[in-house]
Design a protein around this ligand. Structure first.
Ligand code: C5P
Length: 306
């Protein structure tokens, strides 16, 4: 029996998520500064007669095991482009919170693309995989790339960014997820509804934020984050008001800054160093304002075969 191919794929936090106008296609133009962080899903592709998905890890029960799963759609898309049946067993070992605003579903799609390409010997170029990723979801190309990048368009048009150091993060995981489309809809609603939401200015990356990343300067990054860089945060807080307590608890426990990660409900806290991050995680867990707290660093590498 041929053994499978396992790919490790990181989670992401958006250090900036500037949401522009609602477009006629239902998406929003973004200035999206992605940072990959060291929480990983592992996707294994193994030979099988038909497409089959299994999943283990926290929250696995909420992951669909049919063809609506983004990893399954990735396998089907790659197979179709190469004129072969999507016969594969995909096993997803989850560590990225499910529906947590950390691109877990996108990570699994990126992992499936890379693992199936290697298993089937389709020999897709990196450019082709990035293109297929963009068809699957706005965040999938970044999950392939990793590191840090500016995403324009709906987030899929990427420019890699230099990062001059390692940032220490604590992620406060919530019970239950938030639906990304619902959070975008709430953002539009808070902006006064669709006609008004279509007239907001084009989003631009924050120069001070890019400089803080390039300099590896955590206090400078925190200062920009504290000014509010995630336009989805008011929407996530409106849908899940309890997240305000989580953010306040992290800030009171010494975080340099705290933001909602992407569309939430995970909250991301920047810490001064590894020691401060561990103390912060302990305080968050003891407070009962989150399900669990995870310490990690970013940037982290993109999808890779292990
Ligand atoms: O691209 P993806 O399938 O991940 O997007 C999920 C949903 O999030 C979209 O259907 C849309 O409602 C919303 N979205 C958006 N603007 C973006 C990205 C996502 O409105 N740039």
């Amino acid at each position: 029996m041929t053994t499978g191919v396992t790919v490790s794929v990181p989670a992401k936090v958006n250090v900036q998520l500037a949401v522009g106008p609602l477009r006629p296609d239902g998406y929003h133009d973004l200035a999206n500064v992605f940072l990959a962080v060291g929480l990983y899903d592992r996707v294994t592709a193994a030979p099988a007669d038909t497409l089959r998905i299994t999943c283990t890890g926290p929250g696995a029960g909420q992951v669909p095991l049919d063809r609506s799963n983004l990893a399954a759609r990735a396998a089907v898309l790659l197979a179709a482009r190469h004129g072969r049946p999507p016969a594969v067993h995909l096993h997803i070992d989850k560590d990225i919170p499910v529906a947590g605003g950390m691109a877990g579903g996108s990570a699994d799609a990126a992992g499936a693309l890379l693992a199936c390409d290697a298993l089937w010997g389709t020999g897709a170029t990196r450019q082709e995989l990035l293109g297929l990723g963009a068809e699957l979801g706005s965040d999938v190309p970044f999950s392939l790339l990793g590191g840090a990048a500016l995403g324009r368009g709906r987030g899929e048009r990427l420019t890699p960014l230099d990062v001059g150091g390692r940032f220490h993060w604590v992620f406060a995981l919530a019970d239950g997820g938030l639906s990304t489309p619902e959070v975008y809809r709430e953002c539009d609603r808070l902006r006064g509804g669709p006609p008004a939401a279509s007239r907001v200015p084009e989003p631009e990356p924050e120069p001070a934020l890019l400089a803080a990343l390039a300099g590896g300067d955590a206090p400078a990054l925190a200062a920009v984050l504290a000014g509010g860089t995630n336009d989805l945060q008011p929407a996530a807080l409106s849908l899940r008001p309890a997240l305000r307590h989580t953010l306040d608890t992290g800030l009171a426990a010494g975080a340099l800054a705290g933001i909602v990660s992407g569309s939430g409900p995970t909250c991301a806290f920047l810490a001064k160093d590894a020691e401060a991050a561990h103390a912060l995680a302990e305080a968050l867990e003891a407070s009962g304002t989150c399900r669990a707290a995870r310490v990690t660093t970013g940037p982290a590498p993109g999808a890779r075969i292990v």
